[in-house]
Structures are given as structure tokens and as C-alpha cells.
Design a protein around this ligand. Structure first.
Ligand code: PMP
Length: 344
């Protein structure tokens, strides 16, 4: 490699191209090769950098955003962090509408990244005050009042999100496994990652098995198993679970679907932290649990890939806080109780 091609011209060029990491215990317990795509290594520390960059590039190409313009988005946090970093490099402002229940760490990161935060109560999509509708209305208002205009990123229904995964994440997984990928599984928030990677892998490898790993409180597992959108229970995970078929999920059907309780996901992220040096957020636990379930469906000898969406530090005050876990009667490993909650 020449010196110049080893240098990224800006941080946006460092988005994607993440490593695939073999998950030892999950692989040993199932007799499969279970691989996690390390999306927490993106510059904004999550998988959503990819969607953010793709959405902004698409808006630029279609003339929907002007220099100095404002990007508005409703987000659980990670998309906002990705958009704020893309906006810093490309010369835009960001206004993020976020449900107040999201972690303090994500809100603080957004503020530091230069986003203006609008916190709203966490209410369902059917309620007009839901953060997605609030963001759309705010974008419409700012489009009229801001001199350089405003653009609603619309991650749930803007398929530039899914395209990032059709064009990059999926092909990266195919190339990194030398084409030897038998299954792919992940959770859906917008569905961009799941539907996008599925589309790319199914085109490259007919017969590959795609699975949804759904948290409690999401309606998608019921939808793909019975045809009816129905949510039951709740989850402390953030950024995943969905009550409707978003545009990014349109036309997509998984081969398998799993409903994963928080206790199962938490046990996995605690073990990965202490036994494999991986500090991960809750959605990664749901994903690895899904990969283990898919491995059991397919049987030993298969290669299954999932997504390690973001890191533990973003949830220190929740998933790694004994008081938070105790209040919700969730399991607290002895080592976490002893540290009093500080991240190791
Ligand atoms: N994990 C985390 C932590 C997220 O923030 C998100 C995005 N909301 C996802 C997973 C799901 O990704 P997608 O929107 O592509 O379905």
C-alpha cells in the first residue's frame, strides 16, 4: 500500500471496513463459527455512522441540503451521533429529537458532537408527540425559518439507510468470510442493517439464512411468525425493536425469527466483557443471542455473522450499574456488584 492510500482524507473515510471477530464461547458452545462485525469501531462508535453518511451523501446528491443547512433527525442516539460527526465534516448543523429515556451517555456525546438536543417523552409511534413525528414537524418549521434550510434525515423510511448496508456492510461480510457465510442475524431498529445486509448476502450467496433477533416489546417477531404486528413485554436495550414495517424493511422477510429476553442478552454481554475483552451495548447481546439460536437451528459446522452495534461505555449508567439492574430484577454478575458499577 502506498503511503497516500493509507491515509484517510477525513474521518468519514474511516467509516466502515470494520473487522469480523470470532466469538469464542458462542462458537465453542454451538460447534459453529460465530463472527461479530465490530461496528463499535466506527468513528462515531456505532453501526449507525454508515446510515448517517449514506443519508447525507444521498441528500447532497439530490440537492436536498445546502451548505450551512440544518439536519434534523429523531433518533435513539446513535444515528444522531453519526449525523453530528458527518455534519461537522461537511459543514452542516444538527438538531436531534430524542426520547428522554435514552442513556445520559448518548445525550452527552450528542451535545459534545455539536448537536442541539430536543428531549421529548417516550410515547408510541401512534402518538403525534412521538419523537419521529416531532422531528419531522421541527424540520418543516426550520426549513422555513433557517436561512440555509433544513433537511429531515428520516432514517426509518429513507432507504439511503438500507443502501449503506447493501453497498458496503453486506459485501464486506461476504468478502471477509471468503464467501463462506451460511447465516446472518441481527435486530432491527430502522431495519436498515438487517434488510440491507440480507439483500446483499442473498444476491451473493443464494441459500444463506437470514434471521431477525428481536427484543421484548418489539412487534416484528410476531409479524414475521404470525403475520400480525403485536408487541409484548419490554426491554432495557436501546435502538432496537420496532412496532411497524418501516420503508427500510419493506420487501424483506427473514428465514428465521427469534424473540430474545433481556436476561439472555445481558448474560452474553457480561460474559463477552470478562472472557473475551469485548465491551458491548445491549443490542449486541440480543444479536449474539440470536446468532447462537440460529447456530442451533442450522447445526454444527456453519458460519454465522452478526453485528456488534456499539460499545458498553454508552450504557455505563444502565447496563453496568448494579442499582439500575437491581431495580428491574435483572441479573448482576458478582464482579459487577464488587466494582460498584464502574467500567473495568
Ligand atoms: N443497535 C443500536 C445500539 C442502535 O442504535 C441501532 C439503531 N437504532 C440498531 C442496533 C439497529 O440498527 P438499524 O437501525 O439498522 O436497524
Amino acid at each position: 500500500m502506498s503511503a497516500s492510500s493509507a491515509v484517510s482524507p477525513d474521518v468519514l473515510a474511516a467509516i466502515g471496513g470494520t473487522p469480523l471477530i470470532r466469538l469464542r464461547r458462542a462458537s465453542e458452545e454451538t460447534g459453529c463459527t460465530i463472527l461479530g462485525k465490530a461496528e463499535f469501531l466506527n468513528p462515531g462508535l456505532s453501526v449507525k455512522d454508515r446510515a448517517a453518511l449514506s443519508i447525507v451523501r444521498d441528500a447532497e446528491a439530490r440537492g436536498l441540503i445546502r451548505p450551512g443547512g440544518t439536519i434534523v433527525e429523531g433518533t435513539a442516539g446513535n444515528t444522531g451521533i453519526g449525523l453530528a460527526l458527518v455534519a461537522s465534516v461537511r459543514g452542516y448543523r444538527t438538531v436531534i429529537v430524542i426520547p428522554e429515556t435514552q442513556s445520559a451517555e448518548k445525550k452527552e456525546t450528542l451535545r459534545l458532537a455539536g448537536a442541539r438536543l430536543v428531549e421529548v417523552p417516550a410515547v408510541p409511534f401512534a402518538n403525534p408527540n412521538n419523537y419521529v413525528h416531532a422531528a419531522r414537524r421541527l424540520a418543516e418549521r426550520l426549513a422555513e425559518t433557517e436561512a440555509a434550510g433544513a433537511f429531515f434525515a428520516d432514517q426509518f423510511d429513507n432507504t439511503a439507510n438500507r443502501r449503506a448496508h447493501i453497498e458496503a456492510t453486506g459485501p464486506e461480510i461476504f468478502a471477509q468470510t471468503g464467501g463462506a457465510v451460511d447465516g446472518f442475524v441481527c435486530a432491527a431498529g430502522t431495519g436498515g442493517t438487517l434488510a440491507g445486509v440480507a439483500e446483499a448476502l442473498r444476491a451473493a450467496k443464494p441459500g444463506v439464512k437470514i434471521a431477525l433477533s428481536d427484543p421484548e416489546g418489539s412487534a416484528l417477531h410476531a409479524y414475521y411468525s404470525t403475520g400480525t404486528l403485536k408487541a409484548e413485554g419490554s426491554s432495557i436495550t436501546e435502538g432496537i425493536g420496532q412496532g411497524r414495517v418501516t420503508k427500510n424493511l419493506e420487501g424483506f422477510t427473514p428465514d428465521h425469527s427469534f424473540r430474545i429476553p433481556d436476561t439472555e442478552a445481558l448474560g452474553i454481554i457480561f460474559a463477552l466483557m470478562r472472557e473475551e475483552g469485548l465491551s458491548l451495548g445491549g443490542s449486541s447481546g440480543i444479536n449474539v443471542a440470536g446468532a447462537i439460536r440460529l447456530a442451533r437451528e442450522l447445526g454444527p459446522g456453519h458460519t454465522i455473522v452478526t453485528i456488534l452495534c456499539d460499545g458498553a461505555a454508552r450504557y455505563a449508567s444502565k447496563l453496568f450499574n448494579p442499582a439500575f439492574l437491581r431495580e428491574r430484577s435483572l441479573p448482576i454478575p458478582a464482579w459487577l456488584a464488587e466494582t460498584g458499577g464502574a467500567l473495568p
